[in-house]
Design a protein around this ligand. Sequence first.
Ligand SMILES: C[S@@+](CC[C@H](N)C(=O)[O-])C[C@H]1O[C@@H](n2cnc3c(N)ncnc32)[C@H](O)[C@@H]1O
Length: 186
Amino acid sequence: MRKNLQKQLKHIERFSKEHGGMWNIPPETGMFLSLLVKLSHSKRILEVGTSNGYSTLWLAEAIRQNRGGRISTIERDPLKVNLARANFKRAGLSRFIRIYYGEAHKVLKRLKGSFDFVFIDATKEEYLPYLKLILPKTKPGALIVADNAIMFKDRMKDYLDFVRNHPKLESVLIPIGSGEEMTLRG
Ligand SMILES: C[S@@+](CC[C@H](N)C(=O)[O-])C[C@H]1O[C@@H](n2cnc3c(N)ncnc32)[C@H](O)[C@@H]1O
């Protein structure tokens, strides 16, 4: 990983620890997401729940190494949108990222697909409604990763039941970080 990016990720880790409320994924989850994006050669990524942009930077660096692509990321807190923008700039990865400020449901309705990699990390009870808006914007072979599938499994039970029982989805729980539910659209 580039030295500057490593420095920026550490900077965000320290900031989030000092200020609280950013709810960033742990670095091992960042590495896991990065490997998935590289292995799947994903180019069009969607993230729901940017916060101050920590997970977005892991995804953006993977996109950069994939020789291009774009991340659309959604956040409804204006303060976090500003923090994220500054972090993207400092890491030199802004050109790969478009941040959408607003309620995920509203943004998702107007976003144009198609996405080949999706990371969901916002309000747990809303994962299933997000997914229903996202699925029509994906093609077979798309990967969808949902965070907190162990830590908040009860709050996202409807989502987990849906992806684990849908005939066109294959889904597995990866016990890394807070638990990642990884789903392949067949
Ligand atoms: C767990 S944090 C995201 C952390 C980020 N993925 C990371 O690892 O750096 C969840 C974020 O989703 C945002 N959020 C929650 N519900 C949302 C919604 N309905 N629309 C847009 N943003 C939402 C919150 O403001 C919060 O910043």
